[in-house]
Design a protein around this ligand. Structure first.
Ligand code: EPU
Length: 416
């Protein structure tokens, strides 16, 4: 398996283009299952989870053609109703086919995703919602079997804010009969991006981006052309790299409005940030101030940036508290950061981080995408040469991360 070798201590300078958002692209590609004809999506990031999604869609019978950042999907032919364990196991977001398949075919058989490194991650709310839309749900042999001749609109309340749960039900309700209201819906930009695409396809959706989303079902949806929004988590990772390395970077192809919570916190650390349309310019020259964060659903501080922010706090002046409220087990990076000299104590869902003058390089690895990114960031400032193993997780969600860092002046390379 590939490794990434980082020699710490370089200041990052220059420009970096932010790729399309993984978590927007996944549901949007899957929404093709609701349409006839050829969909064309551009600004699709080239990364492992996108390949897994293409495989999943092909396995279901769709025709998928990928060229550079453009993906064409034709789901107009016969579509199968079963998503196998081997495909779902590789990527939890595969469960997003459940809603579209039941809506289109009247039945679906999808492997249950199971837990993962960051928590148990049940899909009970996806299933509760589909049941409310009239689907009969059975769990057998590790699979969810859902069937309904035609889904019927319903009033659905989510006990917990769930991003993919909201997306699954928004897609299912688009082809249901009558009106569906989703309450306590997720408000993430990726939800709005999916809703915008569904609306282009002919769906009638109001309120996406707020906690109440209303969907008036229609009888069919048509294929579209759509562009994937910029990846706010990738952008956030580069912003943090600039602060860490006392760098001076311009990010282009970003959506600064999606980064409000992080930009606020980074300004408090002492970073200078200027926004100019879709470009963000960031510079840091002084010491890093310690700042507390608490992860929350959007527009709160994203859980997907918690690990990277912890690296920043590891070398800040003073002590900070990082609280993780979304996933019960998302501190996998802590033990690896400690091996690099960080002073972090975890108690329940909070971590107390006492800034140290410097981190020291080590061999590290992580079993989660964002935790892996945090180890690369730590490597950029650690004294010595850090080796990040099991890069597989990083490749699931970042497009050419090491190449982009190298272009900014980092001493970083991938070793096969
Ligand atoms: N939850 C339930 N029941 C459900 C669904 C969720 O209890 O039926 C709980 C989860 O266990 C968790 C919380 O609700 O404690 C929020 O989970 P959510 O469903 O929002 O997470 P997700 O939709 O599975 C997406 C992103 C994650 C991101 C989270 C939170 C995609 C493909 N994945 O996951 O991204 O961390 O929202 O923002 O959109 C990543 O990109 O590295 C990543 C993990």
């Amino acid at each position: 398996m590939d490794k990434i070798i980082v020699e710490g201590g370089r200041t990052l300078k220059g420009e970096v283009r932010i790729s399309g958002a993984k978590n927007a692209a996944l549901p949007i590609l899957i929404a093709s299952l609701l349409t006839d004809g050829i969909n064309t999506f551009s600004n699709v990031p080239q990364l492992q989870d996108i390949h897994s999604t293409a495989l999943l869609l092909e396995n279901l019978g769709a025709r998928v053609e990928t060229r550079a950042g453009t993906v064409r999907i034709d789901a107009g032919g016969p579509i199968q109703y079963e998503a196998e364990y081997d495909l779902v196991r590789k990527m939890r977001a595969s469960v997003l086919v459940l809603g579209p398949l039941v809506a289109r075919l009247g039945k679906a058989r999808v492997s249950l995703p199971g837990g993962c490194a960051i928590g148990a991650r049940p899909i009970n709310l996806h299933l509760k919602g589909l049941a409310a839309l009239g689907a009969s749900i059975e769990l057998t042999h590790g699979y969810v079997e859902a069937s309904a001749p035609r889904l019927k609109g319903a009033d659905i309340y989510f006990d917990v804010v769930t991003v993919t749960g909201t997306e699954n039900l928004m897609m299912a309700a688009s082809l249901a009969q009558g009106t569906t209201v989703l309450r306590n819906a997720a408000c993430e930009p990726e939800i709005v991006a999916l809703a915008d695409t569904l609306i282009k396809m002919g769906a009638d959706i109001q309120g996406a981006g707020t906690s109440v989303v209303t969907i008036n079902g229609v009888s069919s949806l048509k294929a579209v052309e759509a562009t994937i929004i910029p990846d706010r988590i990738e952008a956030g990772t580069f912003l943090m790299a600039a602060v860490l390395t006392k760098g001076n970077i311009t990010l282009f192809n970003t959506e600064p409005d999606h980064l409000g919570a992080l930009i606020d916190k980074l300004r408090l650390t002492g970073a200078e940030i200027d926004i100019d349309g879709n470009n963000i310019h960031i510079k840091n020259s002084g010491p890093i101030n310690s700042v507390d964060i608490k992860t929350q659903p959007y527009p709160g501080f994203p859980t997907d940036m918690q690990a990277q922010f912890m690296v920043l706090m590891s070398i800040a002046n003073g002590t900070s508290m990082i609280s993780e409220t979304i996933f019960e087990n998302r501190f996998i990076h802590v033990s690896e950061l400690r091996r690099m000299g960080a002073d972090i104590q975890v108690s329940g869902n909070s971590a107390i981080v006492k800034g140290v003058p410097h981190l020291s390089a080590a061999q590290v690895m992580a079993t989660d995408l964002r935790a892996s990114a945090s180890l690369i960031l730590a490597g950029l400032v650690a004294e010595g040469t850090t080796q990040v193993n099991r890069v597989y997780h990083l490749d699931r969600g970042y497009e050419s991360l090491e190449k982009k860092f190298a272009a900014l002046g980092a001493a970083i390379q991938r070793v096969k």
